[in-house]
Write a protein that binds this ligand. Structure first.
Ligand code: URA
Length: 434
């Protein structure tokens, strides 16, 4: 077999065999196929697409390109969740303790924020001492002992995806349904997931801007899961405006703590309950989604979810006094309200712009490996559809210096759009693909 023939076959719009896909992925991972051939191949995939069968074979070939975790000796059914990324998306911090408190063990390897979207690891590192670099052995031991792990990627999972993603990033080949779907699913499968709840975001602050694209990606990932012998369900959720109120690491941890205590913003709490309900159903702890939701609500109401979160923080070396007293978490030096310019209904809170403003404040990174400032961010007090009176604060900006505050402020003002006539609130979810 030759790489060039596989590139030509895809360029001409033909379907690649499993053997051809495996040859290409293995050769690329080992460095036998150079970047320029992989880039040409990726562009051919962007232009010609792939069938669900090809996409599944690509997913499995990338999953098999490195270490794969077998969680079957630790948990009866390994359930994982994945969000396609958004602004204010601190769902994992609430959902995983809730689900674990309901008796469904979850071990999750999360990522860092890049660009305008936040990452769970950066949020968790607002808690002094919290370790996000557990070894595979520590991961498995903690999953067995307390039924909950939230850490970074320890094993060498799906290295083919790591290499290919970096190449796609600089060759204009990110935007492709089969490449995105296989990239996400290969990492989940390599991390040992048997059942996956996918939270596919759509809207101004999402990778998939339209509902049609989000639905297509969701269906493809669910199809891949099924063809690969895994269970999956995908929720199509709104990311036109930030989820909840808080955007920024420690601010989001505080909001997650409030939610675990039974409070928190209504939209965020609802989002978490729906995701948890699907995980409990998929993980066979609940006969249906309604029962899953009731279990999740009970785990929050009687304090089990909170206790499980505390156990997680202790197990991973975090100073639990910071979550017991969230006012101890990093706090910004400047706290400045952004008032409404006139009476009116909020018709837009552009999630991407709010995320970009948070990056300007220092909450996120523009280059891999940059440090983040845990203290800074934005609290968005109102939602699309709300009536706000002139002078009432719409947001509060948490900044560490006047310079970044001055950069973020116009961006946040522009993120908002106003209307005199009433505006419909945005839905939280647009559907479920199963
Ligand atoms: N997230 C991933 O993990 N991979 C992609 O290709 C796009 C988003």
């Amino acid at each position: 077999m030759r790489a060039v023939d596989i590139i030509i076959k895809k360029r001409d719009g033909l379907e690649l065999s499993k053997e051809e896909i495996e040859f290409f992925i293995q050769g690329y991972t080992r460095g036998e196929i150079p970047d320029y051939q992989a880039a040409a191949w990726a562009m051919a995939v962007v232009l010609r697409g792939m069938t669900p069968r090809e996409t599944t074979d690509l997913t499995l070939a990338m999953a098999a390109s490195g270490e794969t975790l077998d969680l079957s000796t630790v948990v009866p059914l390994a359930v994982d969740k994945h969000s396609t990324g958004g602004v204010g998306d601190k769902t994992t911090l609430v959902v995983e303790p809730v689900v674990a408190a309901c008796g469904l063990p979850v071990g999750k390897m999360s990522g860092r924020g890049l660009g305008f979207t936040g990452g769970t690891l950066d949020k968790l590192e607002s808690i002094p001492g919290y370790r996000t670099n557990l070894s595979t052995e520590e991961f498995l031991r903690q999953l067995r002992e307390i039924g909950l792990v939230l850490t970074g990627q320890s094993a060498d999972l799906a290295p083919a995806d790591g290499k290919l993603y970096a190449l796609r990033d600089v060759t204009g080949t990110v935007q492709s349904m089969p490449l995105i779907a296989s990239s996400i699913m290969s990492k989940k499968i390599a991390a040992g997931a048997q059942a996956i709840v996918l939270d596919v975001k759509t809207g101004l602050g999402a990778f998939m801007q339209t509902l049609t694209e989000a639905r297509e990606l969701a269906s493809l990932m669910v199809q891949i899961a099924h063809l690969a012998g895994r269970k999956a369900v995908a929720l199509l959720s709104d990311m036109n405006q930030p989820l909840g109120h808080a955007v920024g690491n420690a601010l989001e941890v505080r909001e997650a703590i409030e939610t675990l205590h039974g409070g928190g913003p209504a939209d965020f709490r609802e989002h978490c309950l729906v995701v948890a309900a699907h995980m409990l159903h998929l993980g066979e702890k609940a006969a249906n989604v309604e029962e899953g939701r009731a279990l999740a609500e009970a785990a929050i109401a009687d304090g089990r979810a909170w206790e499980t979160f505390r156990k997680l923080v202790v197990a991973q070396g975090g100073d639990v006094s910071y979550v017991d007293n969230p006012e101890k978490l990093p706090a910004a030096r400047i706290v400045r309200p952004l008032p409404a310019p006139a009476d009116g209904y909020l018709s837009r809170i552009h999630a991407r712009e709010v995320g970009e403003a948070a990056v300007l404040l220092g909450a996120g990174r523009t280059r891999k490996g940059d440090p983040v400032n845990h203290a800074v961010g934005i609290v968005v007090h109102r939602k699309v559809g709300d009536f706000v009176q002139a002078g009432e604060p719409v947001m509060t900006i948490h900044a560490d210096d006047e310079k970044t505050l001055a950069e973020a402020l116009p961006r946040l003002e522009e993120a908002l759009a106003w209307q005199k006539a009433p505006v419909e609130p945005l839905p939280l979810f647009y559907g479920v693909v199963s």
